[in-house]
Design a protein around this ligand. Structure first.
Ligand code: ADP
Length: 244
C-alpha cells in the first residue's frame, strides 16, 4: 500500500512547550484515519503542521514521497492537501454551482461563463461532487443562504473539486443535527479509497460509524494506534481519554 502521508518525529516547540512531540505515523493512500485525544492533546496543531499553517521545529512530513515539511501553505495546498475548517470558507455571495466552478478553476476571478469553457473532465468532477454532497437541489442558492450542514458539504465538495488528494477535517460535525451528522458520515465513507482523509472528531458515535484505524494523541505524543475496537479496549487510552 502506497503511503499518502508519512509523518516522522514531527514536533513543534512553542517557547519550551512541545504541542506536538516525536509524532510518527504513516497514513496510506485512500485511508480514512481518525485522530482522537483529549483537549490540548495537539490534534489541531498536528493538522497545522501538515497543512503548513504552523512551522515544525523538528521532524518531517512527506506527501506521496515528497518532502513538504515547512513548505508554504499555498504550496502544500497545491500539492494536494485540502483542509476544511469549522467555519467554512465558501463564497457566500456566489451560488453553490459557482462555488464549485471556482474550486475547479483555481481562479476566483474567472468563474463567469466557465461552465461553457470547462473541460469534460472538470464538468464530470463537478457532477460527481454534486452527487456526493446531495446539493443538486440547491445549485442556484447563494452559499450564504445554505443551512449549516449544506455549507459544510459544499466546502468539502470544493476541496474535492479542486482535486485535493489528502483531506484534513477538524471536527466536521460540530454544530450539526443528528441527521446532518449521519449524512456527513455517509459522505466521508464514500470518499474512502479515492481520497485520503484525516478526521479529528470528538463525537464518539460518529467516530464509531466511520473509524477503522485510529491514532490517539496525548500531551503532543502518540499514545496508541490501531483498529478502533483495540483502541477502545486499551486501558491507557481509557485512562487518558475515553474514560474521562
Ligand atoms: P487539540 O486540538 O488536541 O485540542 P491543540 O493542538 O489545539 O490541541 O493544542 C495543543 C496545545 O498546544 C494546547 O495546550 C494549546 O494551548 C497549545 N498551543 C497551540 N497553538 C499554540 C501556539 N501558537 N502557541 C503556544 N501554544 C499553542
Amino acid at each position: 500500500m502506497k503511503a499518502a502521508l508519512t509523518i516522522e518525529g514531527l514536533e513543534v516547540d512553542f517557547g519550551g512547550f512541545k504541542a506536538v512531540d516525536s509524532m510518527t505515523t504513516v497514513i496510506d493512500d485512500g485511508e480514512l484515519r481518525v485522530i482522537l485525544g483529549p483537549n490540548g492533546a495537539g490534534k489541531t496543531t498536528l493538522m497545522d503542521l501538515i497543512s503548513g499553517k504552523t512551522a515544525a521545529t523538528g521532524g518531517k512530513v512527506h506527501l506521496f514521497g515528497r518532502d513538504i515539511t515547512n513548505r508554504p501553505e499555498h504550496e502544500i495546498a497545491r500539492a494536494g492537501v485540502g483542509r476544511k475548517f469549522q467555519i467554512p470558507s465558501v463564497f457566500r455571495d456566489l451560488s453553490v454551482l459557482q462555488n464549485l466552478e471556482v474550486a475547479v478553476s483555481h481562479e476566483p476571478r474567472v468563474f463567469r461563463n466557465l461552465r461553457l469553457g470547462m473541460s469534460r473532465a472538470d464538468r464530470k468532477r463537478i457532477d460527481e461532487v454534486i452527487d456526493l454532497t446531495g446539493l443538486g437541489a440547491v445549485l442556484d442558492t447563494l452559499a450564504g443562504d445554505l443551512s449549516h450542514g449544506q455549507m459544510q458539504w459544499l466546502e468539502l465538495g470544493m476541496l474535492i473539486t479542486q482535486q485535493s488528494k489528502v483531506i484534513l477535517l477538524d471536527e466536521p460535525t460540530a454544530g450539526m443535527t443528528q441527521g446532518e451528522t449521519s449524512k456527513t458520515a455517509d459522505i466521508i465513507l464514500r470518499l474512502k479509497g479515492t481520497h485520503t482523509i484525516l478526521v479529528v472528531e470528538h463525537d464518539m458515535a460518529f467516530v464509531r460509524k466511520i473509524a477503522e484505524k485510529v491514532t490517539v494523541m496525548h500531551l503532543g505524543k502518540l499514545l496508541a494506534e490501531g483498529p478502533m475496537q483495540t483502541i477502545e479496549a486499551d486501558p491507557a487510552v481509557r485512562d487518558a481519554y475515553l474514560g474521562s
